[in-house]
Design a protein. Structure first.
Length: 225
């Protein structure tokens, strides 16, 4: 099994966690990345496999797949033990919705914090605008935290047992904290869940590797305390 990944690819790291949770051996190819140029030059194998030219791309025998959610579903079908989705249809659908929410709802305001990986804009007005948008994003994230706290409802994990919903949401919250977003001080259940997931070896390895990549690739974050 071969995974094309990226040092600061949230979606690739999701797949890495799932592979390790299922104890699947894989070879990893890290594609080129820099804060200045992004994922450039594009890896030819990734370009051939994914029309969007993005990682992750998973190659397993004759199957070549892209998109972290599609890869999750493939892994569950091909390697069902241990499961990363609930068995019951309604619970499974809820789990899928939560994983989708992590990527497409909770993560939306997080994008407005990515300027923090870059040096300050030399134009004071543009920099002030970025900072104002960042403050708005933080307010939206705090609202998301409250919603996630309610979703947990006393559970250790979002869908009862550890699942793809936890993987997706963990990576999104990790990105928030990585970008100096709001803490979870007022959301004790969410903070406890985040610590619980982060203590799993699969998630801990992903978090440690992202931190190491930031030390090399994201000097703006390293210099911000």
């Amino acid at each position: 099994m071969l995974l094309y990944s990226g040092p600061l690819s949230l979606f690739s790291r999701k797949v890495e966690i799932a592979l390790r949770e299922k104890s699947l051996a894989f070879e990893r190819v890290m594609v080129p990345f820099s804060q200045a140029k992004g994922y450039a030059p594009k890896h030819p194998a990734v370009m051939a496999a994914n029309p969007k030219g993005q990682v992750p791309v998973l190659v397993d025998g004759d199957a070549t797949l892209f998109d972290s959610t599609v890869i999750f579903e493939y892994l569950e079908d091909a390697y069902p033990t241990p499961p990363l989705y609930p068995r019951a249809a309604a619970a499974r659908a809820r789990c899928r919705l939560l994983e989708l929410a992590a990527d497409e709802i909770v993560f939306v305001p997080v994008r407005r914090l990515t300027y923090r990986t870059e040096p300050p804009d030399p134009d004071p007005q543009r920099q002030a605008q970025r900072e104002a948008e960042g403050q708005q994003a933080e307010a939206a994230i705090r609202e998301q935290y409250a919603g996630l706290e309610a979703q947990l409802q006393g559970r250790h994990y979002f869908c009862g047992d550890f699942s793809v919903a936890d993987i997706g949401m963990f990576m999104t919250v990790l990105w928030i904290l990585r970008l100096r977003g709001p803490s979870m001080d007022k959301n004790s259940a969410l903070a406890a869940w985040y610590a619980r997931v982060g203590a799993r070896p699969s998630a801990a390895q992903a978090a440690a590797e992202i931190a190491a990549a930031d030390r090399e690739l994201s000097p703006a974050l390293a210099g911000d305390g």
